[in-house]
Design a protein around this ligand. Structure first.
Ligand code: COA
Length: 173
């Protein structure tokens, strides 16, 4: 039986990131080398799910961002200022030893709930993410994300309107 904790902010003194293995070395390296630096510089916050021994089994990084209206689909740009305020879900990865247990979905749901909360205090129109590849795009689409250009199957830039977050949360929880 796997005992996992609810998502918390990364605490580099307490959480073990050393052996994290998502199968994507760039993602693993980012957690080990850059997550702490980004927190210190206020450029990204990292949420983690850890096991009973505080070993990280999943992480997601979150930051504020903005989208130029000329790059945004109509649903995102309509009635919004230029640039459009948004939240960037920079990276999300699960250790492959814990794949397909719903952990990635649970962590994404946590970030979306956090985005909805942030929206109350400092409005953001959408959550945006760049999928790693087309398979990952499909994974995000299951959570309601849509491609900036839905007609381009290669498009990896995705968004979910903040107003759609509750529907996604009802669907996954
Ligand atoms: C994509 C990823 C986060 C999924 O995490 P997870 O905890 O295994 O996913 P969940 O258990 O919540 O969801 C499982 C579902 O996603 C599918 N899935 C698993 N890995 C996937 C992947 N790499 N790409 C697309 N779909 C994937 C499974 O087939 C399963 O589908 P089903 O429910 O229809 O059977 C994880 O595979 C990962 O870290 N990949 C490397 C980094 C990455 O691609 N991050 C996302 C893009 S930024």
């Amino acid at each position: 039986m796997i005992e996992l904790r609810r998502p918390v902010l990364l605490d580099p003194r307490q959480h073990d990131r050393e052996h994290f293995d998502s199968g994507e070395p760039v993602f693993d390296e980012w957690l080990r080398r850059y997550a702490r630096q980004n927190r210190r510089r206020d450029t990204a916050a990292t949420w983690v799910i850890v096991d009973a021994k505080h070993v990280v089994v999943a992480y997601a990084s979150v930051a504020m961002t903005r989208i130029h209206r000329s790059a945004a689909p109509v649903t995102l740009a309509k009635g919004a200022p230029n640039p459009v305020p948004a939240i960037l879900l920079g990276r999300l990865a699960v250790d492959r030893r814990y794949a397909n247990l719903g952990i990635g979905t649970a962590l994404a749901a946590h970030v979306l709930a956090t985005a909805a909360e942030l929206n109350e205090k400092a409005a953001c129109r959408a959550v945006v993410v760049t999928a790693l590849n087309s398979r990952a795009r499909t994974w995000w689409e299951h959570l309601g994300f849509r491609a900036f250009d839905p007609h381009d199957p290669e498009q990896l830039d995705l968004y979910l309107l903040t107003s759609e977050i509750q529907a996604t949360l009802r669907h996954v929880r």
